[in-house]
Design a protein around this ligand. Structure first.
Ligand code: ADP
Ligand code: MG
Length: 388
């Protein structure tokens, strides 16, 4: 929760000369484990986190959307009498405007409104601030102006479509799904191809998750992502000829070792197979509250992403290495596409201060960047806040 939400309420009043009618919140998300396997038929384990975006709203008498964000300068005013299309000059406001366009396309009511966003979620670091602002805008506009709110799964799918088609980013469903469907103290075991899902209890008690921001941009991520996808397709075609499997994550280690001789393709397949198993093992560990096992699985996941999938890099390795060497850490791994962005660590709460100090020091010694640390808990998905 933002400490200064009361000052945001005051700022809304100053900006729009009236009080906010309601406040909504959408969390960011973290994928606990199951990295780079969503496109290989594997399962993922995301959770909504306590860092996220607030939005304050009041209806207007005219047909304008007037959008402000305390995180980005400049007001964007849009007249709803006009067609809503992507426009570079609208900058960040393309996200809420893309949602408005999708609401209109779905024949849902859309009225003029004053909106103010405020976030404590770092942008562009892999915590999915883009999906958070989309899901937040959809849920808020539909709650304020619609007769009833759509099923959350439907909101997730609609917002993924906004990101794919209006914004032009070809993301999967995981981010919007976790943000719409998240549950406090639960992770979501999600099959991204069928949307079949199950809530796995995640009561952190004496532990906490700490996001580790390398502050290095994910420069190589796009080109390497495409290359990895192609390599996995080659691995699957080699295996399916011999074994008939249709899903790379279902291949066993012995099948991979027997049927794939090319060393790079073999390593990619080994990551997919073992990472999928780690997702299942993590669910078992969480069900039995075995945080030591969860920490070890994070470490193994990082090793596989680094050595077999080769999507880490100096900064991610340095921050993960700094974390595992610091007091109270049970395990850590890189998260997201790789080559920069964030890591995730599991830390005993009582050591949090020492842990943070040590990670910052070690990371500064081995890279030119400053580490950003964000302790978080597991939160509910998008919701109306009770603050006003
Ligand atoms: P990620 O989703 O990993 O955080 P993206 O590049 O996909 O990174 O999305 C980040 C973009 O989303 C920002 O550059 C900005 O345009 C928009 N955004 C996210 N949060 C906010 C906010 N609180 N206020 C304004 N724009 C935001
Ligand atoms: Mg994004």
């Amino acid at each position: 929760m933002l400490n200064d939400i009361s000052s945001t309420i005051d700022l809304f009043q100053q900006l729009y000369s009236e009080s906010a009618r309601a406040i909504y919140f959408a969390p960011g998300r973290v994928n606990l484990i199951g990295e780079h396997i969503d496109y290989n038929g594997g399962k993922v384990l995301p959770a909504a986190i306590s860092l996220g975006i607030y939005a304050l709203i009041s209806p207007r008498q005219d047909r304008k959307l007037v959008l402000n964000s305390l995180n980005v300068p400049g007001t964007v005013e849009f007249n709803l009498e006009n067609e809503i299309v992507y426009d570079k000059k609208n900058l960040w406001a393309n996200y809420p405007l893309g949602v408005a366009a999708a609401l209109r396309q779905a024949n849902l009511p859309l009225e003029g409104a004053n909106i103010l966003f405020q976030s404590n979620l770092p942008h562009g670091s892999g915590l999915s601030s883009s999906a958070a602002i989309e899901v937040l805008t959809w849920f808020m506009l539909q709650s304020e102006f619609g007769s009833s709110v759509d099923e959350r799964e439907k909101i997730a799918l609609q917002c993924q479509k906004v990101e794919n088609e209006f914004i032009g980013v070809h993301c999967g469903i995981m981010d919007q799904f976790a943000i719409a469907m998240g549950k406090k103290d639960s992770a979501i075991l999600l099959d991204t191809s069928t949307l079949e899902h199950e809530y796995i209890p995640l009561e952190l008690n004496n532990y906490c998750l700490v996001i580790l921001n390398t502050n290095k941009k994910r420069t190589l991520a796009d080109s390497k992502y495409n290359e990895r996808r192609e390599q996995c397709e080659i691995a699957l075609s080699l295996l399916s000829k011999k074994t008939g499997i249709q899903n790379l994550c279902e291949a066993t280690v012995s099948q991979i070792e027997k049927y794939i001789s090319e060393p790079v393709i073999r390593k990619r397949a080994l990551h997919a197979s073992t990472e999928n198993q780690r997702v299942l093992d993590t669910c078992a560990a969480l069900r039995s509250h075995d945080f030591i096992a969860f920490g070890n699985l994070l470490n193994e996941s990082h090793r596989s992403l680094k050595e077999n999938y080769e999507v880490s890099g100096h900064e991610l390795d340095s921050i993960v290495d700094a974390a595992v060497k610091s007091p109270g850490c049970l395990g850590a791994r890189m998260i997201g596409a790789g080559f920069g962005g964030c890591g995730l660590s599991l830390v005993e709460k009582q050591y949090l201060d020492d842990f943070s100090r040590n990670v910052k020091k070690l990371y500064a010694e081995s890279t030119e960047y400053k580490a950003g640390l964000y302790p978080c808990t597991i939160s509910d998905g998008v919701h109306k806040s009770t603050l006003v």
